[in-house]
Ligand binder design. Sequence first.
Ligand code: GTP
Ligand code: SPV
Ligand code: MN
Length: 592
Amino acid sequence: MTNNKTVLKWLDEVKELLTPDEVVWIDGSEEQIAKLREEAEAQGEMIKLNQEKLPGCYLHRTNPNDVARVEDRTFICTTTKEEAGPTNNWCDPDEMYKKLYDIARGSYKGRTMYIIPYSMGPIGSPLAKIGIEVTDSIYVVLNMVIMTRVSLKVLDVLGDSNDWVRGLHSRCDVDPEKRYICQFPQDNTIISVNSGYGGNVLLGKKCFALRIASYQGWKEGWMAEHMLILGIENPKGEVKYVAAAFPSACGKTNLAMMIPPKYLRDKGYKVWTVGDDIAWMRIGPDGRLYAINPENGFFGVAPGTNEKSNYNALQSTMKNTIFTNVALDLDDNTVWWEGLNKNLPQNALEWKGNKWDASKFNKADKSTYAAHPNSRFTAPAENCPCISDEFNKGSGVPISAIIFGGRRAKCAPLVYQSKDWKNGVFIGSAMASETTAAAAGAVGVVRRDPMAMLPFCGYNMSDYFQHWLDMGEKLGDKAPKIFNVNWFRTDDEGNFIWPGFGDNMRVLNWIIDRCEGKADATETAIGYVPKAEDIDLTDLDFDIETLKSILAVDKDVWTAEANEIEEHYKKFGDKLPEELRRQLDTLKANLK
Ligand code: GTP
Ligand code: SPV
Ligand code: MN
């Protein structure tokens, strides 16, 4: 397959460690995929769905102890603890290699070792990077084929180079006590054991494209971010691109594929999806920031996805899609999840495969749900009706605005703009959001999640903040403008106030207007907030007083927030960039 000595040497080593019965190279060809699907079906790894309604679609159930990322078992193994920083679990690389090799030794016995050569980003693009993942799971192979560009061509592009990321996955016994997701950024290596769930095992995604790539970006002068990328086309046919960082299950997929309200569609506005989860960004020849989506598919949250909330995502799942941990409707052998429609299936198996009793469904009790709250679909990007023409081009799209956001029932206004890049970095560094089912642990707890990268930054977060500040210096007046949004303000009954979804376009239009110097704003202690009249409410049953209430900056609430940011910053000690401390002091002074 290849004469690359670094590849051959590593493969020999892992083969000797894992002792598979068979070794299979994955070339990504249709014939090979068809054969693997059949094998997965025969082994019970995947259930073939109704091929008339959902051609090429399958359902997979993970072990119930293995349904989300496991942040407490995720490690950054750098030479020193300081390099991993205060927000990551750290372990000495030698110690961790030994522990992981002991767990993985002999674990492919009686099994097949699949070797997956893949590219993150269009094959051959100067912004793309290459990885090789070894796995014993057909589910992983079939997901990687959707999520990345799997091809033997990747090996030609790689040639003799050692610039590729090693990924070793072994399902072992799916023992949660021995589950480890480990990154070795200085060795370009990832090892994941005892899991079979998405983000833990599709090693091109979070492990490579965020944790390892963020480290590479720091060393090489670019950025790997937990961001969607979308293009907004105006009636003149001009397209402006924005990138947005929201924590897991906080609305990236939805915003990336949104459909503008009718009155804007009628005027000629369109939204194009470039990416829904990860952005790699570099300064281009003209000095602007250019982004590519390194992925080739969407690993999206199923619950809540429907015709109305996210038509484009739903369409994307209509063929060649793998569903994980959703319910199986036995009447027509299709899938169902909470929020898909109002017809609770009467003859269905819930996500664990047991008979589901629809009469016991209680919205307040997730244990009565048919689908797991973090159930997902793995869908090819090419299925998406609004996929951008730029998606497969390796040159990237120029970014006009960067948007941070999260789930905050109170506090953060619907939208505001930072005073400048440095202030924007401060806003990103102080971001907080209520936790979701995307990671194991409590849900709904407010935590600081800087730039939505808390679980994904592959090095010291203080160095990461400094890297953001340095990128701003390099970009100068060509830097994207930085904003913050919050779709999740709630009323006293806990209902979302802002309608969200497609109506978020009204906010995006203000953001684009600000980038073009067309919209006014009110300067507040935290940044520039829109004048309520400048958020277009055409055709929306939403009164301007309510809008004013979610644009308001409450001094008491923000003083408490500033104090919490101060607490959050203590973690970083002296390593926190001086500039961010100055920004916090300025915020406090502004609030006086
Ligand atoms: P990851 O794939 O985990 O990184 O998540 P994501 O950021 O892509 O999240 P996604 O778009 O899948 O949204 C997750 C949840 O947020 C879904 O249940 C959505 O229905 C809900 N959601 C998305 N956008 C909005 C919005 O504008 N308003 C409200 N109220 N909910 C939203
Ligand atoms: C996230 O949790 O941010 C995801 C899903 O995008 S996973 O790939 O499982 O990490
Ligand atoms: Mn994500």
